[in-house]
Ligand binder design. Sequence first.
Ligand code: ADP
Ligand code: ZN
Length: 293
Amino acid sequence: MTLFGGIEAGGTKFVCAVGSSPDDIRAETRFPTSKPEETINQAIAFFKEHGPVESIGIGAFGPVDPDPISDTYGYITTTPKPHWAQTDLAGPIREAFKVPVGFDTDVNGAALGEYRWGAGQGLHTFIYLTIGTGVGGGIMVNGQLLHGLIHPEVGHILIPHDETDSYAGKCPYHGDCLEGMVAGPALEARWGERAETFTPDHPAWLLEAKYLAYGLASIVCMLSPQRIIMGGGVMDQAHLFPMIRQNLIKTLNGYVHSPAILENIDQFVVPPVLGNRAGVAGAMALAEQALHA
Ligand code: ADP
Ligand code: ZN
C-alpha cells in the first residue's frame, strides 16, 4: 500500500497525516500555526516519526505561488499573517524527505480530494467553495486544477449590495465583496455574535443565502460547473443549503437551461462528502498527484 503524507497548512492550525487514503489514516497530528520555522519543523518531525511516505502534499492558506516554474514556487506569498509573508513552505519539506511534494491552495487541495474520494467523483468541471474565516474556491476544469495567472480568488468577486442592507462589509480590500459580506467574521462583526450561536430563524441567514446565491450565479455563468460543493464552518448550518438553492434559481431566473439546475438543484449545490476531513484528504490527494506527475 502506497503511503502518502498530507499537510493541511491553515492560518490557525496545521494538520499532518500519513495514510493511503482518507479512510486509511495511520497517524495524524495537529498543532497551532506559530512562526514558520517552528511550524515547518513540527511537520518534518511528524513525518520523520511516522514515515516513510512516497510523496507529500501540502494544501496551504494563501495567497500562494503554485507555479512550478516560478522562483517562489511553494511559497506563501503576500499574506497579512505576521511572519508568514514570502515563506518557503514546500522547499524545506522537499529538502528533508527527497520525495515528490505537491503544493497548492488549501481549496484546490480540497477540490482534488472531493474529486478523488467525494462529491466531485466522475465530474470534470466543478468548484469547491469554503465559507469560513474567509471565502475561497478551488476549481477543477476539464479534470485539471485551475491556476491561471496565480490562482482564483473566488472569495473576492463583487456582488450586488442589497438595498435594505446598510452593512459596509468586512473585506479590507473591497468592503462588500462576497467574502466581506458572507464569511464568518463578517457575520460576527455585523450581528455582534459568532455565527455558531445563530438559530436557523436568525435574520442573518436570509441575507446570507441571498448574497451567497449572487456569488454562485456569477460562478455558474463564468465557469459552467457541473456541481458546486460548499464547505467551511458557516456551511455547518445545514438549513442554508435549501435557502441558497432557491435563491440561486431565482437569481439565474431560468436563463441557464440545464436540468441540473432547473430540476436537480439538490444535487447541484451540495456539502462536501469528506466533511471536516476535506483539508487533510485534499493534501493527500495532492501527494498522490505529485507521485504520478
Ligand atoms: P477556517 O476557515 O479558519 O479554516 P472554519 O471553516 O471552521 O475555519 O471557519 C471558521 C468561521 O466559521 C468562524 O468565523 C466561525 O464563526 C464560523 N463558524 C464555524 N462554525 C459555525 C457554525 N456551526 N455556524 C456558523 N458559523 C460557523
Ligand atoms: Zn475582498
